[in-house]
Every structure is written in structure tokens, then in C-alpha cells.
Write a protein that binds this ligand. Sequence first.
Ligand code: HEC
Length: 157
Amino acid sequence: MLKVIANVIVFLFLSLIVVAGYSVAAEKSAVTYEENVKQIVSEKCLSCHGSDSPTIDEFKKDKEGFEKKMKGPRMDTYENLMIFVDGKDAGALMRRLDDGKNTKDGKPGNMHQRLGKTDSERAAMLKIIKKWVGGWTLKKKAEMTEEDLKAIKALKE
Ligand code: HEC
């Protein structure tokens, strides 16, 4: 009997070490474009923001025309995606994907629905993208402070 109890204790102790190891690894591993975000964007966004879509400059010249064709500006590479994170159109990704918790009117951004078919899928995708971006701000580029920009991590790899 004592031996059984001792074995159970040893087993529980070892399980604890394994679980702790996993959570440390999960904390340490940063979310990156290559590891996590690329696949989400590819599955959820590139049907309308892919390599056959206009560049942001082309898009701006004929927004209505492209909208009618269900084409948004191109986000097919890390560099093209970053235009909407901390580049020329900084904050656009965050404004469009926010679930309504940070928007002025409390409504989700109009691309939020594209993150998934269910509330829980959308929430899970948003969580990864938020972790990737780091400092989640809905400000426009001109309103962003140096700290806001520094807080945006959005690592490539
Ligand atoms: C069914 C097509 C479609 C899908 C899928 C889609 N978008 Fe869009 N997106 C558009 C269109 C069309 C526009 C331009 C009209 C508008 O501004 O709403 C747009 C605009 C945007 C903008 C604003 C760009 C700007 O002008 O600054 C962002 C950011 C964006 N989308 C991000 C995303 C992300 C991220 C995903 C994937 C989670 C996604 N979209 C999925 C069609 C789509």
C-alpha cells in the first residue's frame, strides 16, 4: 500500500515537472509571422488580399472599383502586411480586426468577422494576432507616439 502511494506521489511530481516545462516553453516562444501569423493570414485573408490584389497605392486610386471586385490591398508578404501594422497605413490591421473592446463605438472592425466562422475561432485567432502585434493600438499613424510604435513587436521570425 505504501509503495503504491509512493509511486502515485512520484508520478504526480513528474507530471508536474512536465507541465511546468511546457508552460515555460509556451511563455518563452514568441509569436512570429513565420511561425504563426503567416498561416492565419493565408487561410483567412489572402483570398481578397493576395498576390493578385492591388498594392496599397493602386488600391487607393480606385477603392470603389476594387471593393466591387472584393479585392482589398495586397498583404501577401511580411513586408506588405507590415504596411498596415507599423508602416504607411499603421494601425489599420488593428482597427479592422479589433473585436469591439477597443473601438470608440464598441463595434468590431469590419474585418473581424473574417477571422473565423464562430465566436470562439475569431477570439482564438485575434488572441494570436494581438500577441504578435504586441502594443495593440487603434490609433492612426499620425496619432501614434514613439512609445506606441516601439510597443509594436510583430516579429518576422
Ligand atoms: C472576402 C474578401 C476579404 C477577406 C477574406 C478579407 N478582407 Fe480585408 N478587405 C477587403 C476589402 C474589399 C477591403 C477594402 C474595403 C474596406 O476598406 O472595407 C478590405 C480592407 C481591409 C483593410 C484596410 C486596408 C486599408 O485600406 O487600410 C485591412 C487592414 C484588412 N482588410 C485586413 C484584413 C485581414 C487581416 C483579413 C483576414 C483576417 C481580411 N482583411 C480578410 C476584403 C476582404
